[in-house]
Design a protein around this ligand. Sequence first.
Ligand code: 3PG
Length: 408
Amino acid sequence: MHNRKGVKVLTLDDFDLDSKTVFLRMDMNCPIDPETGEILGTKRIEEAIVTLESLKDAKVVIASHQGRVGNNEYTGMHKHAEVLEKLMGREIKYVEDTIGESAQNAIKNLEKGQILLLDNLRLCAEENYEFTPENAAKTIMVSRLSKLFDLCVLDSFPSAHRSHPSIVGFAQVLPSCAGRIVEREVRNLDEMMTVAKAPHVIILGGSKVPDRLEAIKLLIQNGRADHVLLTGLIGNVFMRAQARIKSPLGIKNEDEVVAKAHSLIGDYPDVFATPVDIAIDRDGERVEMDVREIGKGDKIFDLGPKTVEYYSKLISGAGTVFISGPAGFFEKENFRYGTSEMLNAVANSMATTIVSGGHLTTALKQQGLADKINHISTAGGALVLYLTGEKLPMIKSLEDAAIKHRSK
Ligand code: 3PG
């Protein structure tokens, strides 16, 4: 990171923002109720406020994605605009368009102090692909929109690991800097990682399994994971690879994903811990059982108490603990136990602690444990990758933009 004049990455303090038209890439990707379409956790929208306050004299255009094309969480952004408007107590303009004429006119008509939210960026096909920064700068999105802006502010830390046009393209052609979220995240994490002590215990859950499998290997190879405690869907994948779950899980590319987990266990047999007991849903009731008793068609929704005890012991002996993704179907009261106990164990450990992801951040707040954690981040996959020591595409773009800007 750097700056306040150590440079490397520029921040909002390096620019005169008065009346400037600013492209602000946020990550307002929130959990959505699949039945009602309502936003379930607004933490990522709340976080935007600190950057928006620094931009109060500019003309601000917020751009974000929501969900992935075709999944339950893929929606427009009008509800996000409503939430932000309520939180800030001021008008948030919204346009049901991303790069077309309506969006461009709405941007051109902005006045100083006004904020406009564009529709879901992934409505634009290009935003669903990864590009080199040079090619991202040539996309229709970047070529059309960049002409309308004076400055690009990158503040979507949770998507900093994606090389999408909005994340790596604008910074090629516009003066660019980090927003307040990226500044806070990277500064805190850089500081913590220089003093991080072993053993490093990583607790991984959630449902973005392919992303996590790639990162696990790097974490282990780079000395950032001495123990990997698996929960949630990724735990089920490893249990399937160990042949402890006999029937298919019904996930996308299952054979390939399970084969990857199998080879990781083979390469690092002492690193992984998988659940010894779990809880399933039987007609709406929580039923706990040993993993050897899991039957065909049983849906695993949580950890059991023996696993909680086993994992808690490993957590209490850690020097650094990183937890990402819920341990089960924590939105359902019956299946909140594992997630809640993992957070208790992390909060009460003597280790340096990092909690990652929107779901866990919400759960942590509900349990009143936030003060006991060293660093809380709404980022999931981006943070996992950051901890591997890999440079994230967004950070690389910001560093390149700082060099270009200074050499002018
Ligand atoms: C996240 O929630 O991890 C980010 O918003 C990135 O979303 P993606 O995994 O769909 O790119």
